[in-house]
Design a protein around this ligand. Structure first.
Ligand code: RFL
Ligand code: PHB
Length: 385
């Protein structure tokens, strides 16, 4: 079998890339290790930047987003029991974020690709990538499939296989001494806007997925046993960390519960020959800045433009510059995500000097419009260049 672009992974990066290439008349095949049902149920991101929303709208895949997406114009930072609003839209020249679950983005894109006759192989086993040919082979429904192509796009997430076949790449990494325990709860969000809370018992976040479903997170030890966190214990801890005079936390049935480690990671360069990495396959950020999915979509936008230019005119300038172009935004987002994480979490063993620096940073962000603007423009997403 032959295609123009073999895409490994049907997460946001792989599906959006396949969609953008299709709009440019370029054929692709998407090869995904998991089943369609698994991929569409995986609970992950919820915050879409302005640029992500603009791209989904401009490319005709925003029917669900336009109907159910919830635009937000501010977030709250809660510390010392007092909540401070950061007016995102006011401080960023009218930009905003939209709450819309990642699994909705994935199922909207999957449907759009299938409706347009796109080739998606789910439940593919033993995926082997050979960038030298280039060729991808995999097992599907008991048959070995050989897929020859012009390019391979490694959109297979942090635990994928594509990064491993990049020769001479350098990794830059930070591990954090904490993780997030996240729950999805069948209850209306307790507050209209997201609340990021810094407390001496650790960080907490109140978010949402819809007018009737809340998403909440607690900072926990990275080695914490999920079984030690009964629903009652999670709610008790959320009550303490989100205690505040303006509203009270509403409880509801817990629909999902999981612990996610926190990591910053960048692989440089993001390309070799005809293999290009995009999204979590190339970089990971801690979720405090709500950036991972948005960065993945920016990467594939750059890649689709560069491939389009190559097919249209034979020019390889865009492809040659792919890694350098993406890495500029990747490192801006890395800094922002690290900064938000450092400002909002408790660091085990932190000395009183560090604690006072953190408090000073929080007070500065909520009292200086210059400092709040830095947060706002990064949070809604700096304009794509
Ligand atoms: P994905 O989504 O991991 O998709 C990769 C796909 O590749 C498949 N795969 C393979 N397929 C074939 N062969 C192999 N060998 C394969 N190995 C893996 C996988 O099954 C999968 O389907 O990567 P992608 O597309 O780069 O997308 C990245 C995002 O998923 C990720 O950055 C975000 O979820 C991060 N994130 C957030 N990002 C935001 O922009 N806003 C948020 O609000 C936000 N919140 C979050 C988050 C991530 C979280 N967790 C669970 C890590 C909150 C959390 C808790
Ligand atoms: C989410 O709703 O899942 C979410 C919101 C904000 C973040 C991270 C995750 O910073």
């Amino acid at each position: 079998m032959r295609t123009q672009v073999a895409i490994i992974g049907a997460g946001p990066a792989g599906l959006v890339l396949s969609h953008l290439l299709h709009l440019r008349g370029i054929e692709s095949v998407v090869v995904e290790r998991r089943s369609r049902e698994y991929v569409e149920k995986r609970v992950r991101a919820g915050v879409l930047e302005q640029g992500t929303v603009d791209l989904l709208r401009a490319t005709g895949v925003s029917a669900g987003l336009d109907r159910d997406g919830l635009p937000h114009h501010g977030i709250e930072l809660l510390f010392d029991g007092v909540s401070h609003r950061i007016p995102l839209t006011e401080l960023s020249g009218g930009r905003s974020i939209t709450i819309y679950g990642q699994q909705r983005v994935v199922s909207d894109l999957t449907e759009a690709r299938l409706a347009a006759g796109g080739q998606l192989y789910f439940s593919a086993d033993d995926v082997v990538v050979d960038p030298a040919v280039p060729r991808v082979t995999f097992m599907h429904e008991g048959q070995r499939v050989e897929l020859d192509c012009d390019f391979i796009a490694g959109c297979d997430g942090f635990h994928g296989v594509c990064r491993e076949v990049l020769p001479s790449a350098t990794s830059y990494e930070r591990e954090y001494p904490f993780a997030w325990l996240g729950i999805l709860a069948d209850v209306a969000p307790s507050n209209d806007e997201l609340v990021y809370a810094n407390t001496d018992r650790g960080f907490a976040l109140l978010s949402l997925r819809s007018p009737t479903v809340s998403r909440l997170y607690l900072q926990v030890d990275p080695l914490e046993d999920l079984a030690a966190w009964s629903d009652d214990r999670v709610w008790d801890e959320l009550h303490v960390r989100l205690a505040h005079s303006g509203w009270s936390l509403k409880e509801g049935p817990v629909l999902e519960k999981a612990i996610t480690p926190m990591r910053s990671f960048v692989c440089e360069p993001m390309q070799h020959g005809r293999l290009f990495l995009a999204g979590d396959a190339a970089h990971i950020v801690p979720p405090t800045g709500a950036k991972g999915l948005n960065l993945a979509i920016h990467d594939v936008h750059v890649l689709a433009e560069a491939m389009g230019d190559w097919y249209d005119s034979g020019r390889s300038t865009g492809l040659d510059a792919y890694s350098a172009t993406c890495l500029r935004r990747v490192w801006r987002v890395q800094h922002f995500s690290w900064w938000m994480t450092s400002m909002l979490h408790s660091f085990p063993g932190e000395d009183p000097f560090q604690q006072r620096l953190q408090r000073s940073q929080l007070e500065y962000v909520v009292s200086s419009s210059a400092a709040a603007t830095k947060l706002a423009e990064n949070y809604v997403g700096l304009p794509w260049t």
